[in-house]
Design a binder for this molecule. Structure first.
Ligand code: PLP
Length: 428
């Protein structure tokens, strides 16, 4: 049996780790900051990237690498790394190829934390972003591209707007300009969509969400498709000329298409910023991945059942769920997410902000949390929580209306969730 041809369910359970005879069946937690060597010369080779191995867990750790390899297989990439959070993953994914003076085009329908990272913090670092509608046409996308544009960014399913990105279209325009498309695939997970199959070049994740799935560990991941040719457009000297901070290594020449991007992110960004995931957290993430395919199916079944119920309720003004017939993104979801999207449903209740607050307080199963995409059902009013730094105009651009409630279906019984929703809706 050819291991690379395994189906995604098998990769969830066995990907990235093949213990030899007598070795632990479960991924070992290598809770060690450092690794011992016989001679300084042996260790020097690791520092020079001439040999592969571990020397300090800020850069690489075997537990983290094993779990990253599992996610890499799930996405169908060539190299991957874990980060301390989804925020760190998106920061690294961009900053690895864009510095002061560069420009990035991003969908405006993205996670609030990512929007802030791009529009405020990375702007302070000199990287400028142009935000485009997730529904931008080919011409509108082209118009946003500049000479110094280094990447295009979007989310497969936006959190919390639940817009579905036309990945093929965004990839086409990015590639015309010789830059990669970076996709945050947190909500869809590789179970429901593998962006590389649609032309994306880099995928990021907040593993804090469905991948971990149990609200136990904050984490992130970056995966490289290994398909983007960094030398072709002449725009990525950062990967194709010697890195003086790393003994003059040329990542592109030394590690090729398959490894250049992740090796640079590890050798430079992890070295300097240190946003590492702990081996303990990586272990929990590995456990979560084992049931990802089973859980995603139930999240999606519950999501659709809840969306249909809400749509029929007189106290609900509108419902968004990509797989709900009649949804604005139903067509795109049928193309990119034919097996289901996610467990998150957004909707508005009659009576605006005050009614939304009352409704959420009266839920017994759906807990008010900043969290989302968890085995336990939770809900949030983004305009007063995650997106509160945005004004109404920015909220609308991000696809978040002031009355939007984000309801994240867990893997409980759909009947129980609907009963809970019915009682809370009737109380307002
Ligand atoms: C939560 C989230 C992030 C940020 O991830 P953290 O792990 O909380 O840092 C990024 N992108 C999306 C789509 C998210 O849902």
């Amino acid at each position: 049996m050819e291991k690379k041809n395994l189906r995604i369910e098998t990769k969830c359970v066995q990907g990235g780790y093949s213990p030899a005879s007598g070795e632990p069946r479960q991924i070992p937690i290598i809770q060690s900051t450092t690794f011992k060597y016989g001679t300084s010369e042996d260790m020097g080779k690791l520092f020079d990237l001439e040999a592969s191995g571990y020397f300090y867990s800020r850069l690489q750790n075997p537990t983290c690498d094993t779990v990253a390899a599992r996610i890499c297989e799930l996405e169908g990439g060539t190299a991957a790394m874990l980060t301390s959070s989804g925020q760190a993953a998106n920061f690294f994914a961009i900053f690895n190829i864009a510095s002061a003076g560069d420009h990035v085009v991003a969908s405006s329908a993205i996670y609030g934390g990512t929007y802030n990272l791009f529009a405020v913090t990375m702007k302070r670092m000199g990287v400028e972003f142009t935000f485009v509608s997730p529904k931008a046409t080919e011409d509108e996308l082209r118009a946003a591209m500049r000479e110094n544009t280094k990447a295009v960014f979007g989310e497969t399913i936006a959190n919390p707007a639940l817009t579905v990105l036309d990945i093929e279209l965004f990839a086409k325009v990015a590639h015309e300009h010789g830059v990669p498309l970076i996709i945050d695939n947190t909500f869809a997970t590789p179970i429901n969509c593998r962006p590389f199959e649609w032309g994306a070049d880099i995928v990021t994740h907040s593993t804090t969400k469905y991948m971990d799935g149990h609200g136990s560990a904050v984490g992130g991941c970056i995966v490289d498709s290994g398909k983007f040719d960094w030398a072709k457009s002449g725009k990525f000297d950062c990967l194709c000329t010697p890195d003086e901070s790393y003994h003059g290594v040329n990542y592109y020449e030394r590690f090729g298409l398959a490894g250049a991007y992740i090796t640079k992110a590890t050798a430079q960004l992890m070295r300097d910023f240190g946003c590492t995931q702990s081996p303990q957290s990586a272990f929990l993430l590995g456990l979560g991945l084992e049931s990802l395919h089973v859980r995603m199916q139930r999240h999606c079944e519950n999501g659709l059942a809840v969306a249909k119920f809400l749509k029929s309720h007189p106290n609900v003004t509108w419902v968004k769920y990509p797989n709900l017939e009649g949804d604005e993104y139903y067509e795109l979801a049928s193309k990119y997410l034919p097996d289901g999207s996610c467990g998150v449903v957004s909707f508005g209740v009659k009576g605006g902000r005050a009614a939304a607050e009352k409704f959420m307080k009266n839920l017994k199963l759906g807990a008010i949390e900043t969290h989302v995409a968890d085995a336990r059902t939770c809900c949030l009013h983004p305009a007063s929580a995650t997106h509160r730094q945005m004004n109404d105009e920015e909220l609308m651009a991000a696809g978040v209306s002031p009355d939007l409630i984000r309801y994240s279906c867990g893997i409980e019984s759909a009947e129980d969730l609907i009963e809970d929703l019915r009682e809370a809706l009737e109380s307002i």
